[in-house]
Ligand binder design. Structure first.
Ligand code: SAM
Ligand code: SF4
Length: 335
């Protein structure tokens, strides 16, 4: 391995300044595309990062150039020490954000504000109560929708993640876009991705192209505006002229954005994953607990990053269930 002062740069010149930390493997919902039907084996508590360890490990990344941290899960708000974690992370010079299912978020409004967590991604796959129950297996639609409105009211920047699954919610694509008429949110349609235990099939996926067909069937072409995407943005962004919000598509399957990937992931049990689709990971936490420097490990993991989707560089490989099963379930990665 070449000795580089920038340990976050990989062999393709990509700089990993964005750390995503999963705080827990547990969740209060059971979204079928994320959580396998029989759940996932949970790590023993002693193998999970404590709040202090999350902070100390994040500090090493920040020292090396990470300037953006997203907290995710499982459901990050299930951690009783969530306020303590954001309090500690707020002392680092980073942009902090979270991804949450929003069920519990009303309890955290003041802490989120106090510690500068202004960017919130929430997951909501349907606008119908019965369909919510069907996909998330818990009757929480009303709570999530109320909390979405609360976040907007409280001035947070809110993105709404919608995983599209054929036969389930493609008929709601334009309803979600119409929400952006009055709500200043960004709705992001996500192509259904394959992970261990989520029964993915290519046929269940609604592609970027299909989403745009629904859009142009409903709206006039002149009213659909393509926005300029931010650097490293995984979303292709659009808006309907005169609407307050916007919408976009995350096309990890049909049109991956690996060339500009700047993300590195830390799982709740302290494993480092260099790609969402990677089937290998390296335990940082054990080294950290032994008092060893974790920087050489971080560099090694980054240098091993594949050019595309953890080595699944063709649709054929992506469709191979054996390869998904070598990866974790999404619930324990965090998106
Ligand atoms: N519990 C939080 C939530 O639901 O927002 C955070 C964790 S969740 C794993 C993070 C994101 O991953 C969510 O927006 C979810 O919709 C997305 N996700 C989970 N499984 C997925 C899959 N198979 N394909 C695409 N996105 C998925
Ligand atoms: Fe839980 Fe989020 Fe996965 Fe749904 S998508 S099961 S809310 S972690």
């Amino acid at each position: 391995m070449s000795e580089s002062s920038n340990i976050l740069q990989d062999t393709f010149g990509r700089n990993h300044n964005y750390l995503r930390i999963s705080l827990t493997e547990k969740c209060n919902l059971r979204c079928t595309y994320c959580m396998p039907i029989n759940g996932v084996p949970l790590s023993p508590k002693s193998n999970l990062m404590t709040a202090q360890e999350v902070y100390e490990i994040a500090k090493v990344f920040v020292k090396n150039g990470v300037d953006k941290i997203r907290l995710t899960g499982g459901e990050p708000l299930l951690r009783k020490d969530f306020p303590a974690i954001i309090q500690m992370l707020s002392t680092l010079n980073v942009q902090m954000s979270i991804t949450s299912n929003a069920v519990l978020i009303d309890r955290h409004i003041s802490d989120l504000k106090k510690y500068g967590v202004n960017d919130i991604n929430i997951s909501l796959d349907t606008l119908a109560t019965d369909k919510f129950m069907h996909i998330a297996k818990r009757d929480q639609f009303k709570k999530v929708y109320q909390n979405l409105l609360l976040l907007i009211h409280e001035g947070f920047r809110v993105k709404v993640n919608v995983v599209l699954i054929k036969g389930f919610n493609e008929d709601e694509i334009t309803d979600f876009i119409k929400l952006t008429k009055e709500l200043p949110i960004s709705v992001r349609f996500i192509e259904f991705m394959p992970f261990d235990g989520n029964k993915w099939e290519k046929e269940k996926m609604i592609s970027y192209e299909e989403v745009m067909r629904y859009v142009y069937n409903e709206f006039e072409e002149k009213d659909v505006e393509r926005l300029v995407d931010a650097k490293n943005d995984t979303t292709k962004n659009y808006k309907i002229k005169s609407y307050k919000g916007s919408f976009g598509i995350i096309s990890s399957v049909t049109n991956p954005f690996c060339d500009s990937c700047n993300r590195i992931r830390l799982t709740a049990n302290g494993n480092l994953k260099n790609c969402l689709f990677s089937n290998t990971e390296t335990n940082l936490l054990a080294q950290f607990r032994e008092g060893k420097s974790i920087e050489p490990i971080i560099q090694k993991v980054i240098m091993k990053k594949h050019k595309m989707r953890g080595g699944m560089d063709s649709m054929q490989k992506l469709e191979n269930p054996d390869l998904h099963q070598q990866n974790r379930s999404m619930i324990t990665i965090g998106g």
